[in-house]
Design a protein around this ligand. Sequence first.
Ligand code: 4AD
Ligand code: MG
Length: 463
Amino acid sequence: MTTRRIADLLKTGQPDETTTIQGWVRTKREQKEFTFIEVNDGSSMAGLQVVVTQTVPGYAEAIARLNTGASVEVAGVLVPSLGKGQRIELKAASVLVHGEANPETYPLQKKRHSFEFLRTIGHLRSRTNTLGAVFRVRNATAQAIHSFFQARGFLWVHTPIITASDCEGAGELFTVTGLDLKNPPKTAAGAVDFEQDFFGKHAYLTVSGQLEAEIMAMAFTNVYTFGPTFRAENSNTSRHLAEFWMVEPEMAFCALEGNMELAEAFLKYVFKHVLETCPDDMAFFNERIEKTVLETAENIINSEFGRITYTEAIALLEKADRRFEYPVSWGLDLQSEHERYLAEELFKKPLIVTDYPTEIKAFYMRLSDDGKTVRAMDVLAPRIGEIIGGSQREERLDVLERRMQELDIPAADLWWYLDLRRFGTVPHAGFGLGFERLVQFMTGMQNIRDVIPFPRAPLSADF
Ligand code: 4AD
Ligand code: MG
């Protein structure tokens, strides 16, 4: 007898079919002569109803042990279900309880728990309806990302997690060291001597795979990365993690316009794929978490994204009939409240803002002829704000060298990056999508810590 996943059985299982399922008990309802248990194996939101009659060997003992959270294997035959909302159920012939869960101490009893509480039981929370749906959608999103790029001939490249360069120049780096922290070697000037460290230099966890992705794009034309990135920014917000996954396409022979087109096509594709592959989970989010989830998804798929320059964005914000917490003026970065106002209230759809002031953007962005702005683009989403950040890259050696000098970025450290401008340089562009922000946007979840299985944030690295 084969073991089958519950999602599969609910879809295609036929009456009279014998089968075995394995999973965890969600609920138990004892009747006089039999007991209903609902078993979930994570393959779908819905579990399978199992009927255990007194004729099943060891009935009394098994039922006593089958409380919420217990793990079980049931062999039996599928029968049409009389219960509402389900086509079939499993009539048990034998029941094997693998592990009990004491109802006095198992924290996930059948009631609503706050997401804050669930974060304290990160080892169990994936067994809840909401987190289960989140991680299935997360999986489908990851798969959609790969199929989007693979279908377009992009090569998936694996960029390093340990690096010696600060791509964003924001100084939000975690150090990776093998030095004895109690007694590190010192330079003559009294600083820690990283030349004596494992890598012979100061090494960090990467904040972005972009610089290495650029290397690979200069050989394979179109590439993308998809992996973890790290930021030591002390932001305790609902949109920031210290460890998050980033998707970074990089395209040679491409300017900002092509980059914007890719970003828009990409988001449309991913939303469409997830709506098609996870309809039950998405319906659940729409009903229980955020009433606009499905409408937002349709809106992404069917409407054209707005496009404005940073200068136009500032003008719109200055005209806004509202007081913002942070000041608005040309030259200052947009804060999340500004981004949300533009995307959520003015445009009511995703919006691409381009051509930001040079001073507030990273060193690698292509300088425009006005001398004041760079060819940057941010995609702003309703509810989330910035979901994608990208740019056309500076491909001109002299301009890049000048820019690095202005920012005190030592050319010696990035000699290889400059070399790319010496040998076969081309216009190129790319962007970074925060994977968790995308999953957050898609599911309507309020806090980014609830869309990654094991969130890393200030003062929080449990599990
Ligand atoms: O805008 P960012 O800093 O851009 C880069 O790192 C570029 N090197 C990307 C590129 O062009 N290849 O980060 C990109 C995206 C942001 O738009 C945001 O969605 C996400 O990464 N992000 C975070 N997500 C969660 N927690 C954080 N602390 C994040 N910081 C950035
Ligand atoms: Mg950014």
